[in-house]
Design a protein around this ligand. Structure first.
Ligand code: SF4
Length: 705
């Protein structure tokens, strides 16, 4: 245990996927203080505004759920009950549905904020014992396009780089991301590197002018949805200028010929017109990339949250492959993870189409291996329902019961009014939560109070595959329990064997054993080893008792041919396009000081100072045409719903495009600030990730200026 006489513990920030190390000091029986961990390899003591205010989310218990509650039928109020009664009722209902309608009539919807051990037991429960693959998480909403593209290109969902590559790279292509606000500590490392080495080049690709642009040598303010066209144009220039690595392409890749044909389908000037940027700017970006010794491509939701998200990812990864900038210091494709443990969830196979240790659900051998290890029911070969599919299935009655934990879909799902209708129609809803403000609670038949960060023990894995151990530091309030314990108690009451763990470390050890002989192994790793190394990056090298900083240094990829695959998908946008009725493109995103649906950051007054309320960004040209003034309330309407927010008139967004932050939900009984009233039900056909970054809306003044 990293516990000293001052009652100080090491832990990891529970907000974004950067995974900064913190030191948590117990100040009283149930309050703590937090500061950055100076010895941590990720942040060297630095914290962003969210991390600096982490303690307030734990110390303020005013909104915490303290005991289980249940309603006997949909028309009755919730009543306080015991844990046994809550779980026994849930067991009875689940058993009834499973017997009557089959195992696919129930589902679990979890979160990239769950600890790895929590993901592991939920996944084991539903896939290994209930016999359904109906588990998905809100990581489907943020990372699944990157997961799919890594698998298609590199043979495995494996981020090849380590953060220390930042200080070695001399060209950064930051695309569909605003790390200055969303991954601030990583961005500070990029910033420090740039200040010390002004010759390094930073290219930012974003339809908006963001804070990240202030560090950029070049900002390509592309039209939304044109990323593939841009990446292909850059690829074409690199080929024309012979700034590719022909030996690497010949020896370690497949698909280059088809790629060459694809990128030569459009001239660079045609691409520039489609993207809405200068041809010279595209050529300059290609020059920066072509001249670089170390080239890092960084991306996140701008590429992932798209109806063509996988293809956007593939087109970007290709730039690293054709230049041979992968598996080398300072080089590689680097997807920035949104949530603190989206990576851990993928390790244990916590998505509807995965099995533990990145095994394939569709692979007969993989299913049998896992089934034998767990010793439970036959693992179904039918992929489970993904996040949005679960709510569609609730809506049409295929799915009877849903167990929602650690996530707030009533703000975060696209086309959220449809999801709300779906929850109303659900026969049985379990909500496992920490806060009484969760917008799922009005639909719950059973409410289970959960422990929060610092109140439970387990592990998380950050964006660079770095596993950290989070200690339990204080007790949860009231009768709240750690999420893994709740799931295990339920599983035991269902009569399933193998859920009688004495400690979270037992769950981790079981998970690590199941990863043996896989590309993403943590076999042999346990809490003591993580603590003695401070953190460990997988794959864990059991014999050397150490992690692995960088992947593919031998240029052998995880594909059957051991070659990376250069894919060349079409560049056609399949989003909901604007028309005369809905002429604007809506794109959505984060702001600096809030996290997801604000269930944590919304409690902290300091974090509410930066931006106090929802807003709609629009260009002055559009504002003038529609007679809209700054701060005037406007109504944005799509085919699915509307919102009313203040306009923010700014040149930082292109004409024809508007932006709404994603965080505000159904506050004070009104949903008029809830961005996802507008977003579409379109998803990427391969990753099933929703198209949050593109839908058609109509804008009009709501109030007089
Ligand atoms: Fe936490 Fe991310 Fe900020 Fe680091 S950068 S302190 S992990 S929110």
């Amino acid at each position: 245990m990293n516990r000293d006489k001052q009652e100080t513990f090491t832990s990891t920030c529970c907000y974004c996927g950067v995974g900064c190390g913190v030191k948590v000091k117990i100040e009283s029986k149930d309050t703590v203080s937090v500061k950055g961990d100076e010895d941590h390899p990720v942040n060297s003591g630095m914290l962003c505004s969210k991390g600096l205010n982490l303690q307030y989310t734990v110390n303020d218990k005013s909104d915490r759920l303290l005991y289980p509650q249940m309603r006997y039928n949909k028309n009755m109020p919730l009543q306080r009950i015991s844990w046994d009664a809550a779980l026994e009722r849930t067991v009875a209902v689940f058993k009834t549905f499973i017997e009557k309608y089959g195992p696919d009539s129930v589902a679990f919807y979890a979160s990239g904020q769950c600890l790895t051990e929590e993901y592991y037991v939920i996944n084991k429960l539903i896939k290994g014992f209930i016999g359904s693959n109906n588990i998905d998480t809100n990581s489907r909403l943020c990372m699944s396009s990157a997961v799919t593209a890594y698998k298609m290109s590199l043979g495995e969902d494996s981020v090849p780089i380590c953060y220390d590559d930042i200080e070695i790279a001399d060209c950064f292509l930051v695309t569909g991301a605003n790390p200055a606000w969303c991954h601030p500590i990583l961005w500070r490392r990029v910033e420090a590197h740039k200040f010390a080495n002004p010759h390094i080049k930073i290219i930012v690709v974003d339809p908006r002018v963001t804070d990240s642009c202030s560090l950029a040598d070049l900002h390509l303010q592309i039209n939304p949805g044109t990323d593939i066209v841009l990446n292909y144009a850059i690829g074409r220039i690199l080929i024309e200028n012979n700034q590719i690595d022909s030996n690497f392409i010949r020896d370690h890749t497949e698909g280059f010929e088809a790629y060459t044909q694809r990128v030569f389908e459009k001239t660079v000037s045609e691409a520039a017109i489609i993207c809405g940027v200068q041809e010279a700017s595209i050529r300059l970006a290609a020059e920066y990339i072509g001249d670089a010794k170390g080239f890092l491509s960084l991306w996140t939701m701008g590429l992932n949250q798209s109806a063509i998200g996988v293809n956007k990812n593939l087109s970007l990864i290709n730039l690293n492959l054709i230049t041979g900038k992968i598996g080398k210091p300072g080089s590689g494709p680097f997807s920035l993870t949104g949530q603190p443990n989206a990576m851990g969830g993928r390790e244990v196979g916590g998505l509807a189409n995965l099995l533990p240790a990145h095994r394939d659900l569709s692979n007969d051998k993989h299913r049998k291996e896992v089934q034998k290890f767990w010793g439970g029911a036959t693992i179904s070969d039918k992929a489970g329902l993904t996040a949005t599919e679960m709510f569609e299935a609730l809506h049409d009655g295929r799915l009877k019961a849903i167990w929602i934990l650690c996530t707030n879909p009533m703000t975060s799902l696209p086309n959220v009014r449809f999801a709300e209708e779906a929850l109303k129609k659900a026969k049985f809803v379990v909500v496992q939560e920490i806060t009484d403000k969760a917008q799922t609670l009005p639909y719950a038949d059973v409410i289970l109070p959960a422990a929060a960060w610092a109140e439970k023990e387990g592990t998380m894995t950050n964006s660079e595959r770095r596993v950290s151990h989070l200690h339990k530091i204080i007790d949860p309030p009231g009768e709240a329990l750690p999420d893994a314990e709740i799931i295990c108690r339920f599983a035991q009451k269902m009569g399933y064997k193998g859920f009688d763990y004495l400690h979270p470390s037992d769950i981790y050890r079981e998970h690590s054993k199941l990863t043996a002989r896989t590309n993403t192994s943590v076999d042999g790793l346990d809490y003591a080893l993580i603590d003695s190394n401070k953190t460990v990056q997988w794959p864990f090298q059991k014999r050397k008792r150490t992690g692995t900083a960088r992947l593919f240094t031998d240029h052998e990829f995880y594909t059957p041919s051991k070659r990376a695959i250069i894919h060349s998908p079409v560049d056609v946008l399949t989003s909901e396009l604007p028309n005369s009725e809905y002429p604007f493109i809506l794109t959505t995103g984060r702001i600096r000081d809030h996290w997801h649906t604000m269930s944590k950051t919304g409690k902290v007054s300091k974090l509410k100072q930066h931006i106090k309320e929802a807003f709609l960004e629009m260009n002055p040209v559009d504002a003038e045409r529609l007679h809209i003034a700054d701060d005037q309330i406007v109504c944005a309407q799509s085919r699915r719903g509307k919102v009313q927010v203040k306009a923010r008139i700014t040149n930082s967004i292109k004409p024809g495009v508007v932006f709404l932050p994603m965080h505000w939900g159904k506050a004070l009984g009104s949903d008029l600030h809830r961005t996802n009233n507008l977003t579409s039900a379109y998803v990427d056909p391969l990753s099933k990730e929703p198209d949050f970054k593109y839908c058609a809306v109509h804008i009009e003044p709501f109030s007089k200026p």
